[in-house]
Design a protein around this ligand. Sequence first.
Ligand code: HEM
Length: 550
Amino acid sequence: MDLPDLSVITDTHPVALFISGFLGFLSIYIFYSSFVSATARHTGLPWVSNKRRWFLSRLRTRIWTTRYYGDALKVAYDEYAKHDRPCVLAGMDGDTILLPQSAIPWVVAQPDSVLSVNGSHKHVLQTGYTFPRREVMDPTVHFDVVRSELTRQLLTVTPEVCDELAAAVDEIWGTSTKKWAFVKVFDSLTRIIARVNNRVFVGLPLCRDEKYIENATGFAEDIAWSSTILRLFPGLLRPLAARFVTKANHKHAQEFTQILTPEIQRRQQILDEAGPADDATEDSGAHTQGKNDFLQWLLTRSLTKSHSKPDETNPDIIAARLLHINFASVHTTSFIASNALLDILAAPTDQKIPEKLEAEAHEAMDNAELDSDSNVRSWARDILPKMKYLDSALRESSRKASIIGVGVNHKVVAKGGVTTPDGTFLPEGSLVAVHSWGVHNDGDVYDEPDKYRPFRYVEGGAAEQFTATSTTYLGFGHGRHACPGRFFAANELKLLLAYLLVNYEIQMVMEGGVGGVWNGKGYRPECDWLGPMHVFPDGAKLRIRRKVVE
Ligand code: HEM
């Protein structure tokens, strides 16, 4: 038998090789998406689609859903959820069973052994590949620290938040009262928030270390991209793809860990020298040496609450937990801050929204406690509950521009699947969620949903706080896995916006980027869907100048 001439392969032009590789990948993908993937497909539930009956309709529906995610969400909500029916949202990165709002109480009541939020996080973020240490998801000790220590110490850390916030804003936005400057909204607020959050996560001086912050925010951005790309690959090919796709993640994680490790070891040594404590989390003396931040809470927790694995004293594990907390907290908060600021500035000028919010901030400030040591009125503690109009404005922005289109995400882990009370079968391994974008924009739920009405939650005696979740407000999710960092985020956002409104003249501008040039009459550049990610318009800028203090 004649052997094939292998030199043909080795001599092939690189472009031909690339095209063959691409076609090979596409064939595998089509086979995969049509026959193998999509546990949700076996439910017999209808797919959300734009209704055209094309050749390769399933593949093309996936492309349509991914390309026009916002439209797909609208179809899913109007055609199914509004009629109390479930459906499948099938994207290039897999399928999600979307349940109607009536299913929320049942979903959030299921034990983690039936519907797992952790399973959904692992899938969505592809933590097995994108995280430097995948073990930090089992158990998620750092989530417990947000839920307990951070929430309990909210008011204690507020003076530090105020201090860092003022220092970061002054440095990043500048203090010139004469010259106008331009700042990119999302970019500058992300840098400010990253510093403030890390003041509470690791304290001074690390929170001002540019390399540390660059790696923390860089890693968070890598996760968003790399996990999205990895989900496009069939499971079998992911380990191979991950070798290329997650390079930046591992570089940022490695540098972050290198910078943080000496501080971890220094504190561990202090804890060792102080000897055992009955309950180190309550001990702010010898064991903490005055440090009261997230890192210290993680370290003291590792002394009192033990897990068989991973080793909670290993600096690599501690750094990986801090990277994940940075991911969960920085861009989420700056997304809401950026939208809230643009909404406030773009509100019809006759409503005088910025002026009202500034007056509220001033009033709260004037009545704030006078610090006996510094003789300065602090932006702290007691003014936070007083800014109820700002609280309402934040909730309204977060309703209009939800950070995610679907919420209350779970993975079905019950053996053999589970059936909802209305008879919908959810196969094992499938992903389940409910509508957040849809319900936030439903005219039967919110009067004039397209309008930005910043004070709708305080008008007419209404009293819904920014942090209060419900089946119709899912900006922070809902149920026992709702965002545990929302109380911290709400305080930080109020302090930040109040500081900006009181201290700066701020005008909206749009030079290029999404939406073009702002016409000066209230046009506001909008967020856009990039697949399931709601992305803030990158080009949105502000023209700012520091006010002269009288
Ligand atoms: C305004 C800012 C924030 C927004 C909009 C936000 C939004 C969310 C949402 C929607 C979820 C649930 C996801 C789902 O339903 O699938 C979530 C979960 C979570 N968030 Fe936030 N978040 C914010 C700030 C923070 C902060 C500051 C922290 C930590 C300091 C944090 C830590 C977490 C954690 C640990 C979870 C997972 C909870 C669990 O699975 O049990 N978040 N967040």
